[in-house]
Design a protein around this ligand. Structure first.
Ligand code: F6P
Length: 341
């Protein structure tokens, strides 16, 4: 059995832990493991590297991905899909483990449906926006980085009587903002799923200051739609604009200061949320996903994705995971909202 492993999309804490676990289990069963370099680009261009016990050792705490990654979409490359299929065949692969988010796994789902491609998926993303799984690995690490940042910003906010705006990632969902915001005691959270207007947000801040508080922490998700903001222009091969380019945090800070008169500063956390070592929870989740992916491959149950349901690792159709993004439910929002104003 020759199994390819690829990592696609943004890097994410825990990718190496999945490679280690899936590789280890395949090798235990006398299988051969090959790394596909740079996501789907590696299959389009034939970029491979052998993975043996030495290559997969020491990976558990290591951030990023030893296989490197791109946002290449073979369906948008001239002859891309044909090249993927030809290189897969030429290299003598029996199956592929694709570790990625909505985009990478969307390609996997299409290749499986349209070409019977023998692929299984592992749900990765700091955004936690994949359907059919309770959590993706990487999310816990991002939340932990954002929470620590909010804690640190509290001291400056309090010392200077300021409003501190923290912009976090999350693409078109507010998972990182809501969970880190609750954990860090945010006084206002703005996310794409809940169109709270800037005036209503300022009203809550005024109310808080009127009842004796001299500072506030506002967490804003990069995908929040601030009235009057211009759209970013750059679009990747999956049709996504670069949300960080819009500078929602900075625009929001200016608006808050202009409308309330409170001195306001902004911190954009950016890629710090994606870098470095995974939390213990992400290491364990990534490990369990990696083992499950290797099991799915051994059982030839292709077109499936490892998923977390409650505390159980299960498998679900890839198509179900990628059909729509998973947004923050009202119940989570209600918990956050209880502490506004
Ligand atoms: O999907 C993960 C993510 O970090 C998003 O939260 C963010 O919008 C995007 O990737 C940033 O991508 P890039 O690294 O290409 O700027």
């Amino acid at each position: 059995m020759k199994v390819g492993i690829l990592t696609g999309g943004g890097d994410c804490p825990g990718l190496n832990a999945v490679i280690r676990a899936a590789g280890r289990r395949v090798m235990t069963r006398e299988g051969e493991v090959v790394g596909v370099l740079e996501g789907w680009k590696g299959l389009v261009e034939g970029l491979f590297t052998p993975l043996g016990p030495r290559e997969i050792s020491g990976l558990l705490p290591r951030g990023g991905t030893i296989l490197r990654t791109t946002r290449t979409n073979p369906f948008k490359v001239d002859g891309g899909v044909e090249k993927v299929l030809a290189n897969f065949e030429r290299e003598g692969f029996d199956s592929l483990v694709a570790i990625g988010g909505e985009d990478t796994l969307g390609v996997a789902a299409r290749l499986y449906e349209e070409h019977g491609f023998p692929v299984v998926g592992v749900p990765k993303t700091i955004d936690n926006d994949l359907s059919a799984t309770d959590y993706t690995f990487g999310f816990d690490t991002a939340v932990s980085v954002a929470t620590e940042a909010i804690d640190r910003l509290h001291t400056t906010a309090e010392s200077h009587n300021r409003v501190m705006v923290v912009e976090v990632m999350g693409r078109h969902t507010g998972w990182i903002a809501v969970v880190a915001g609750i954990a860090g005691g945010a006084d206002m959270i703005l996310i794409p799923e809940q169109p709270v207007s800037i005036e209503d947000a300022c009203k809550e801040l005024r109310h808080r200051h009127e009842r004796g508080k001299d500072f506030s922490i506002v967490v804003v998700s990069e995908g929040y739609e601030l009235e009057g903001m211009s759209e970013a222009k750059d679009v990747d091969q999956f049709g996504h604009i670069r949300l960080s380019e819009r500078g929602v945090g900075t625009a929001l800070a200016h608006e808050i200061e202009a409308r309330t008169g409170y001195e306001t500063r902004v911190t954009v956390l950016g890629h710090v949320q994606r870098g470095g070592s995974p939390t213990p929870r992400d290491r364990v989740l990534a490990t369990r996903y990696g083992l499950k992916a290797a099991d799915l491959v051994a059982e030839k149950r292709f077109g499936r994705m490892a998923a977390l349901h409650g505390d159980e690792i299960v498998d679900v159709p890839l198509a179900e995971a990628t059909v729509e993004i998973k947004t923050v439910p009202a119940g989570w929002w209600a918990v956050a909202q209880a502490f506004f104003g």
